[in-house]
Design a protein around this ligand. Structure first.
Ligand SMILES: [Zn+2]
Length: 343
């Protein structure tokens, strides 16, 4: 290993500055890809999860960028891929660690879950001898997270539900809010931390955590990918970790902070025809969709009962009565302004 060439006192210094990933000591200035092997496929095929570590020789924050906790959420994977391809992950100070696909098992089969049927994002911090997903979470928490300062985690809406780009934060954590504002996605959603989620564990370990939601599963949306990449560049620039060669995208307008929201459900089963684009503001009483039968007889117009921003649209062409079809804000504020509430 690199530090063995150092004299004794230098070696001690180097070890103090090293970070440990799955038992591998990584020194300042090192660039390394470490493979996380948790279990083989039942064909004895080895499954490796590449962890791409880039360390500057100058001290600074340790940022972990992850995607694919849910194996079918490709848009997040695309964002991390672009960051690596554009060399944004090469810091001028501190460390950037990228894991583009956390749930490789799910990514192979386009499945949200692990092969044991568990949702990895509902099983943190995991247990040493639990299910496959639980063991994975345990190793991740104990062997990767300890040296991390800031976590950026990329997700999409599930099934056919398309999320407008948004950062989800715990409103009690001011550091999260500051970085979310720097990221400058169109929306910041104040959302409760889900028990046993990755975010819950990061929060308990006192790590600043931004969860990005954008697009839908099994789909790459170029606009959402761009917003994810640009936001990450703004955050890394804010942390003074980027080279002067990297072009910093200027924010267009401050993020809108959504302090409360609700799902609108379909009153009827049928073919679903949304009339509004995601991210738009709709007025109380506005027709936002139609639900029809397939025979040209019924045409139910869906009116919205409160004004607000549409932050998710179900893009399924067919819906059942009770399906969640729109996610709308019920209370929001612009950054640093007073709130607007709609009943
Ligand atoms: Zn997800």
């Amino acid at each position: 290993m690199a530090f063995t060439a150092f004299r004794c006192c230098d070696k001690t210094l180097a070890m103090e500055n090293s970070i440990s990933i799955l038992g591998n000591e990584i020194l300042p200035g090192e660039r390394r890809t470490i493979n996380f092997n948790i279990a083989k496929l039942y064909t004895s095929t080895i499954v490796e999860i590449p962890i791409i570590v880039e360390r500057s020789s100058r001290p600074g924050p340790v940022v972990l960028i992850t995607a694919g906790i849910h194996g079918d959420e490709i848009n997040g994977v695309e964002i991390v891929r672009q960051l690596i391809q554009k060399k944004i992950n090469r810091p001028t100070k501190g460390t950037i660690i990228c894991i583009p696909v956390l749930n490789v098992f799910g990514f192979l089969s386009m499945d949200r879950n692990f092969p044991d049927g568990r949702d990895l994002n509902r099983i943190f911090p995991g247990t040493k001898n639990g299910s496959l997903a639980s063991r994975f979470a345990y190793q991740f928490v104990n062997e990767i997270l300890p040296d991390i300062d800031i976590c950026l985690d990329f997700h999409t809406g599930g099934a056919s539900r398309f999320n407008t780009s948004q950062i989800r934060i715990d409103p009690r954590n001011k550091k999260d809010l500051i970085l979310a504002e720097v990221f400058n996605a169109p929306f910041i959603l104040e959302s409760k931390i889900i028990d046993k989620s990755y975010r819950a564990t990061c929060s308990k370990m006192n790590k600043t955590t931004l969860l990005f939601e954008g697009g839908k599963s099994e789909f790459i949306d170029r606009g959402v990918a761009k917003e994810g990449v640009q936001g990450t560049i703004r955050v890394l620039h804010h942390l003074k970790m980027l080279s002067k060669k990297v072009e910093i995208p200027t924010p267009t307008k401050p993020s809108i902070i959504i302090t409360d929201s609700r799902w609108i459900r379909a009153k009827y089963s049928g073919m679903f025809h949304p009339h509004v684009a995601h991210g738009t503001f709709v007025e109380k009483g506005q027709v936002i969709a139609a639900i029809t039968d397939p025979y040209g007889k019924t045409n139910y117009k869906m009116k919205v009962s409160n004004s607000g921003y549409i932050i998710n649209i179900n893009e399924s062409p067919i819906v059942y009565q009770g399906d969640a079809v729109f996610h709308i804000s019920t209370s929001y504020k612009d950054s640093n302004t007073s709130s607007n509430e709609e009943a």
